[in-house]
Design a protein. Sequence first.
Length: 354
Amino acid sequence: MNDTAPIQFQHGIPPLPSLAAVLACAALMVTLYQVLFPRPARWYVVALALVLGGALTVSLTLLLTPTGERLEEIHDLWSALRIVVLTVGLPEEAVKGVAALVTIVVFRRVMTPAMAFQAALFAALGFAVVENALYAKAFESASLLIALGRGFIASFIHSLMMMIQGTFLMRLVASGWRRWDLPIIGWLLAAAAHAGFDWGMLQPLTVYLTKGGDPMAMEAAVMQALPVLIVGIPAPFIIGLWLFRGALRQAGDFEREHRFSEFDESSAGDLALYKARLARWRRAGNIVMTVGGVVLLGSVVTVIVLSVLMAQRVIAGAAPQPEPQEMLTGTIATGGIVLGIVVMLLGLLLRWKR
């Protein structure tokens, strides 16, 4: 890649507002994962998983080759696959998996299958805090925007990968700590999902960073990676959310079995109250999903209208560059698409409350 500029990133602690945004997003994610389960994880479990996830991530960044040097090794999809497996999927999921496994072993006397799954989620959030802060520093010109965007989106994506590992950690605890092959299987599957998610994005990202977003080069890179993107990006969402729903249901069934007995008249009122609370959460989830759907639909329509206007301008022989107002509207609409999807996912999670 001799015709391209070297990729350089700034390292260190981001500006204070960005760091605060990263931590605030993590706190909201912790609260969400605590609320969704019928019984919140004990706070010392939460604290240890978060701290280990963050501390091991710092160690990983010191051991790995700098990100810029890794990206410069990418020339095509196959070199991107090698990089994404060896320096992203396997090591990053190992860090999160070790943080979660150490947490559940340390507190094995109080550990339940559901709490093991939650420990995996909190280890992922500890990892995401450090990574998000590093990105906010690396792109300091848009530090706060990066911190907020990644604070929710990247944190949730890292959680999705750990939902795979968390499922196997649940089974480890449920097996009476006998199936020690399960964490290894979970790690390998999560690493594969993570690598598949990042694989199609690495080459376009490298072209953007080295060639200043040259439209022709970007289009070629995206078209080459498109088959991988179509499969790799939605797969972790589908797999992770399906496993998350299963974990919530299992935790809810366990809670009802131990708290409410159909032969105990005194528990009948508590069971009715429990069901009423779940119904309210489902209604709240429906409302949030509707709001997210409206935002998503409006944003998509806006992007389509802007695209039609630009196409008409090109056909008429005018300059294809968008007007400043159109660029601003397009940027907001693109953000609205992402926001709409995130809000709809939040509504879906609220509906699954147990």
